[in-house]
Design a protein around this ligand. Structure first.
Ligand SMILES: [Cu+2]
Length: 124
């Protein structure tokens, strides 16, 4: 089952964009973000759908032990990763993604096989 996740743009960014429109700023502001929760031994949500382009991953370790975050492109190349997230900590990483089906997982020994893997579908 695929669960569609709301992609949010911070209201502050929208307000700032409007406020500075008259200054012809070219910056697009913060990218949309996707929140992921890690614990033993799963990612929530397990299926994520986003649009192409810049995306920020906000990864919250709600487990009792350390985890990490790896985003793998179709074909197996690592796009971005977060080396370690301690229990109770939140980490963030951004990437610019073309269309495709990506894999998110925790690369600590045994964690992926135990269920710490999720699918990221990126489409237009
Ligand atoms: Cu892990």
């Amino acid at each position: 089952m695929t669960r569609r996740i709301a992609v949010t743009v911070p209201l502050v960014a929208l307000l700032a964009a409007g406020a500075f429109l008259s200054l012809a700023r070219s910056g697009a502001g913060a990218p949309p973000s996707v929140g992921l929760i890690e614990k033993e031994f799963l990612f929530t949500p397990k299926d994520v759908v986003v649009g192409t382009g810049g995306i920020a991953f906000v990864v919250d370790n709600e487990g009792a032990i350390e985890h990490n975050f790896v985003l793998e492109a179709p074909g197996g190349k690592t796009v971005v990763q977060i080396a370690a997230i301690e229990p109770g900590q939140t980490a963030r990483v951004t990437a610019t993604l073309p269309s495709g089906i990506y894999t998110i997982y925790c690369s600590l020994p045994g964690h992926r096989d135990a269920g710490m893997v999720a699918t990221l579908r990126v489409g237009p």
